[in-house]
Design a protein around this ligand. Structure first.
Ligand SMILES: *[C@@H]1O[C@H](CO)[C@@H](O)[C@H](O)[C@H]1NC(C)=O
Ligand SMILES: *[C@@H]1O[C@H](CO)[C@@H](O)[C@H](O)[C@H]1NC(C)=O
Ligand SMILES: *[C@@H]1O[C@H](CO)[C@@H](O)[C@H](O)[C@H]1NC(C)=O
Ligand SMILES: *[C@@H]1O[C@H](CO)[C@@H](O)[C@H](O)[C@H]1NC(C)=O
Ligand SMILES: *[C@@H]1O[C@H](CO)[C@@H](O)[C@H](O)[C@H]1NC(C)=O
Ligand SMILES: *[C@@H]1O[C@H](CO)[C@@H](O)[C@H](O)[C@H]1NC(C)=O
Length: 519
């Protein structure tokens, strides 16, 4: 009996064990096998090796499964050899900003100062040419020339596949919903400063007009977290009431997970409980009481410490876990960036070893069913026992103990974590399959700045410093035309373009780091 006469379901089982090169070679052996691979082999490969990328999604919609598989395999290989193109996405801004970045299947939007800048994702007919990212334009959100209002948070809002709706928050406490009115791509347009057309609506402010430090969203739910710790959950359809709680800490970052068996919101703060998980109940009610406290190490085992007496620290960055991990791609995995320079990964499914006493002085609580009888203006001290989780993995760049400002997951083989640090525009990468060894790289131009926001996709990394957004592209076919053009003058904006074969890339400083053990 020959291989090609095996039943198709047996052939598919064989295909599932093969990599891209094996499948290509096998497809050339005979007509029958070729058509079986064309029909089943490539799509089953993509199913078993998912790679998440918004910036490639427009292009991938037009590609054959085989083309996508080859593109992904080439990108994975480039990650293994740390081969990438480094590009600033714009000239340096005037002044220093604390920018925020958000990505949708159609565009990357950067909020810096009182401007937003939009970069649109394009198609590419052939995978030998990298799908382009073009500058769509910018818009000012300043209302009074003499009153600057810096953008503090930005998130994309579900809008039925139009991918053009965002919530945006400002230092002065204002929150707006904005719609980008997409303009037709115009090749003859100068790349300098096309104006974005936007429509704006004012949203209700947080209590005491406290400014929003972090916005996160999933499906039709938006979570806003103010700097003083007010957290508000809103359904974008505005049909159900909003829910607000007060976490009573200087707050930095939030993360929303609705696909988890118990939906939750996680909050990163500067406090003795720097990372807490709050369940979201049926009907979109956010619990004021955390279901778990995530901390740095085993603390005061044997007794029940008060939450207020735990060691104090801060969490500035939160993200989901990498899809391809030894512990699976569960939404119960949380990646966090800490003040002490460590990236800590938690698995909420792992039972906690210790607990602490946590005191609330607010009522009524959605946890107590008899709360209707409570007088809302009376405060009752209630003590709860809350489990403390310790990390399943800690990652560190041992040459840099700078605070971690931002984290993201994805990258090569869908198994990487990226962390933006507080100084020297350093971004650190780890492949969690070999977490003891990582590598770090400075942004093009070596800006003396934090990396405020990072987004990791399968083949691309986007980051932003105080002066500009930048990209590292690990995919094949990147040319000078893939990204917005910059003046080709050596030393311009402190940039050093590579000479010779690959002018699409700029010089960046990098180094590897390893720790003797995982702790
Ligand atoms: C806006 O940001 C700039 C740069 O960080 C800062 O100098 C300025 O004071 C900020 N303005 C306001 C109103 O917060
Ligand atoms: C928005 O994103 C979705 C999901 O990728 C896509 O199907 C849709 O075409 C996008 N819409 C626009 C207007 O590009
Ligand atoms: C493209 O841009 C040029 C220069 O700004 C303008 O004259 C032209 O009308 C634009 N074309 C379209 C289709 O918008
Ligand atoms: C935030 O908290 C600080 C310190 O407790 C306080 O001074 C400030 O007024 C608060 N701001 C708002 C808007 O509540
Ligand atoms: C948001 O509201 C809509 C309309 O009432 C509802 O269908 C949807 O389930 C709500 N979303 C969540 C996550 O509760
Ligand atoms: C609730 O408590 C406040 C202050 O203690 C009091 O003035 C008010 O009358 C109480 N209301 C009810 C309904 O018991």
């Amino acid at each position: 009996m020959s291989f090609s006469s095996l039943p198709v379901d047996v052939l598919i089982l064989v295909f599932e064990s093969l990599n891209v090169d094996d499948l290509s070679s096998l497809a050339q052996t005979c007509r029958v096998v070729h058509s079986a691979i064309t029909e089943f082999g490539w799509s089953s490969y993509l199913y078993l090796h998912p790679r998440q990328s918004y910036s490639l999604s427009a292009a991938k919609r037009g590609w054959q499964p085989r083309t996508i598989a080859r593109y992904d395999a080439k990108s994975d290989l480039s990650w293994d050899t740390q081969a990438f193109i480094a590009r600033p996405l714009s000239r340096t801004w005037s002044g220093k900003h604390q920018p925020v970045v958000v990505i949708t299947p159609s565009r990357l939007v950067v909020g810096a100062g009182n401007h937003i800048y939009s970069y649109a994702f394009g198609h590419a007919r052939y995978a030998s040419v990298a799908p382009p990212v073009s500058f769509e334009g910018s818009a000012s959100l300043q209302d009074h020339p003499e009153r600057p209002r810096n953008i503090t948070a930005l998130v994309s809002i579900e809008d039925g596949d139009k991918n053009c709706t965002f919530d945006i928050a400002f230092q002065d406490g204002a929150i707006e919903r904005i719609y980008l009115n997409p303009s037709r791509p115009n090749a003859s347009r100068l790349p300098s400063t096309p104006e974005l057309s936007i429509t704006r609506y004012r949203l209700p402010e947080m209590p005491a007009s406290d400014f929003v430090e972090s916005l996160s969203s999933q499906a039709d739910i938006v979570l806003a977290l103010s700097s003083n710790g007010s957290a508000r959950l809103t359904n974008t359809s505005f049909t159900s009431p909003t829910h607000e709680i007060d976490i009573r800490s200087r707050s930095w970052t939030s993360y929303l997970s609705l696909s988890s068996s118990t939906p939750y919101a996680a909050f990163g703060t500067a406090s003795t409980t720097p990372l807490t998980v709050h369940p979201i109940f049926e009907g979109g009610e956010l619990s004021p009481l955390p279901s778990a406290i995530l901390h740095s190490k085993k603390m005061l085992a044997g007794e029940l410490p008060l939450a207020d007496k735990l060691p104090s620290s801060a969490v500035y960055g939160l993200s989901k876990g990498p899809p391809n991990a030894q512990w699976g791609s569960s939404p119960q995995i949380l990646v966090s960036g800490w003040y002490d320079g460590k990236v800590r990964v938690y698995d909420l499914r792992v039972p906690s070893i210790t607990s602490c006493r946590y005191t609330t002085n607010r009522a009524p609580s959605p946890l107590s069913p008899n709360s209707e009888t409570t007088n809302a203006s009376t405060t009752i001290n209630q003590t709860h026992i809350i489990p403390i989780h310790t990390p399943i993995l800690s990652l560190v760049d041992r040459w840099s103990y700078e605070p971690i400002y931002s984290v993201s997951s994805g990258g090569g083989s869908a198994s990487h974590i990226a962390a933006g640090t507080a100084r020297h525009s350093v971004v650190s990468f780890w492949d969690i399959r070999k977490p003891a060894t990582g590598w770090s790289v400075h942004a093009p131009g070596n800006d003396p700045s934090p990396v405020y926001s990072v987004i990791l996709e399968s083949s691309r990394f986007f980051g932003v410093t105080q002066s500009r957004p930048f990209v590292y592209d690990f995919g094949p076919g990147v040319s000078l035309d893939t990204y917005p053009s910059l003046p080709l003058i050596r030393g311009f904006d402190n940039l050093k373009q590579k000479k010779g074969t690959n002018q699409a890339t700029y010089h960046v400083l990098r180094y590897t780091h390893s720790t003797s053990g995982i702790y």
